[in-house]
Design a binder for this molecule. Sequence first.
Ligand SMILES: Cc1cc2nc3c(=O)[nH]c(=O)nc-3n(C[C@H](O)[C@H](O)[C@H](O)COP(=O)(O)OP(=O)(O)OC[C@H]3O[C@@H](n4cnc5c(N)ncnc54)[C@H](O)[C@@H]3O)c2cc1C
Length: 397
Amino acid sequence: MSQHVLVAGGGIGGLGATIALARQGVPSMVVEQAQAFGEVGAGLQLGPNAVRVLADWGLRDALDAVAAWPEDLCVRDAADGRELGHLRLGSDIVQRHGQPYACLHRADLHALLLHAAQVQTGIQWHLATRVAGVTERSDTVKVALDTGETLIASAVVGADGLWSRVRHAVADTLPPQATGHIAYRGLIPAGALPEALRTPRVQVWLGPHLHVVHYPVRRGEAFNVVAVASGRAPAALNAQSWSEPAAGIELQVALGSVHPALSAWLDAVSTWTRWVLHDRAPLNGPHAMASERIALLGDAAHPMRPYLAQGAAMALEDAWVLGRLVADPATPDWPQRLARYAALRWARNAKVQSRSRRNGVVFHARGPLRWARNAAMALLGERLMDNAWLYRGPGTP
Ligand SMILES: Cc1cc2nc3c(=O)[nH]c(=O)nc-3n(C[C@H](O)[C@H](O)[C@H](O)COP(=O)(O)OP(=O)(O)OC[C@H]3O[C@@H](n4cnc5c(N)ncnc54)[C@H](O)[C@@H]3O)c2cc1C
């Protein structure tokens, strides 16, 4: 058993790690607390950096079957509706960064990763099983399960998300911080929208203390809407739930008065769910991502605010880099591999975490900062919005 890598968590990051390891012939045990893999969450945008990872794993056709490919991203003022900025996507972003920009349902991404993992050999699945704690030993890692059993692995990948248990053995035992921002998400079947609104576009609306993003998913058969309001969290909110129901009226109160074109989108959502957004301070060194035989990956290592739309993308990049290092003769054992993994990943993840925080401040700005933001977008246009350092990917280790 000890040649196996134990992957804690079967979310996007955990499945990505499992695929990356299996492609190099490394067997893994996936330990997932949920009873079954099911549909949770809502839409995701994947920049060219994440699409590159999926393409490298041979999953471009599978992605084509479930994604929508927006032609542009348009930023508008939530109060008066005027356009503030515009970024060409579609074939233009392929020319600039080598891969397209995708929008898809999180459940569809999860399902395609699960299928890609399940066709690999050497993977053991432990569902309805929770990792309670991990202890690093000189040549193995002991993993305690909530059933009282233990598993022994040659290495552990902690991909157990925002409230990670594996993190306690590597970085710290502190809980993530509530940001004071609440995200409301809804899915609109295309048929429930006026035809004029069914466009292949990512649209972002910015207002004081709020922003709203909507985009097509499922090849345009549905549209995902996410509205974020900063302020006090309503009482009795379940901080750890991905699917807490929310009343439309609560969102209306949180957003206040908005432009009628934006109201049309909000009114078309029949069911809202809400999340309390949490994050952690940006990583401050490689020590916070891995010890000798335990690697943290995705939200377990670097949870971020969703204002650069890169949390899942960074989890996939982490997994891709880990897989490359398994194949690299320069890192023949786990301590060397994980030291290199952490050295390669921490600074990029930290930069994405801090840019995401900064975007939140800029998106929700009022007063002089709002004026400066709008002026900068008008002046610099695409140069401000096209993140070449990000979209070109992590580089080959
Ligand atoms: C509103 C919002 C919008 C977002 N939009 C985007 C976007 O557009 N683009 C993007 O790239 N990212 C986006 N993200 C971020 C993205 O959803 C996350 O970064 C991503 O899901 C993290 O994946 P993960 O696998 O690290 O963690 P998770 O998806 O949280 O998976 C963790 C898994 O571990 C399991 N688990 C937890 N604890 C244990 C345990 N002790 N034992 C066993 N199993 C355990 C959980 O059940 C879960 O299956 C968004 C996030 C939010 C909240």
